[in-house]
Design a protein around this ligand. Structure first.
Ligand SMILES: [Zn+2]
Length: 140
């Protein structure tokens, strides 16, 4: 993870002033959504900014509900970071609202975690000493 990209973020930008940051997160959600549909999960997925959230963060909404934590606008500065963070948020939202472990490693029947491998966002399984299942957006 390119942590130096975050270190110099002293103040948080806003989606209103920097719509490009929102566009990066929307694109990341489109990529993650492929994995959601690949596992047969239906229901609308989108990003929202709830009125009550005065930090102006992006929240993943699934079937009209949201859960967990918002994603700060600065996440959109790096498309790779955005992909991992959106994948995390989608996972948390779906597991809470659909009562389903998603996504799952078919070999080990374990829940996957989004992470980094060779500067790409991937889904990893902790079974058998950890292995990479697929890039985010390309689950079989
Ligand atoms: Zn596995």
């Amino acid at each position: 993870m390119p942590s130096e990209d975050r270190a110099d973020t002293n103040f948080e930008p806003s989606f209103a002033l920097e719509p490009g940051l929102w566009a990066v997160l929307v694109h990341a959600l489109e990529v993650v959504e492929r994995d959601v549909r690949a596992r047969g999960i239906t229901g609308t997925l989108r990003l929202i900014t709830p009125d009550w959230d005065d930090r102006g963060e992006a929240w993943v909404e699934f079937q009209g509900c949201y859960h967990g934590n918002g994603i700060p606008p600065s996440t959109g500065k790096d498309p790779g970071t955005a992909l991992v963070d959106v994948a995390d948020a989608v996972q948390e939202t779906i597991m809470e609202l659909a009562w389903k472990v998603w996504p799952v490693c078919e070999t080990h029947d374990l829940g996957l975690r989004a992470g980094w491998e060779q500067e790409a966002a991937v889904w990893r399984c902790a079974g058998d000493g950890t292995h990479t299942v697929a890039p985010v957006g390309e689950l079989p």
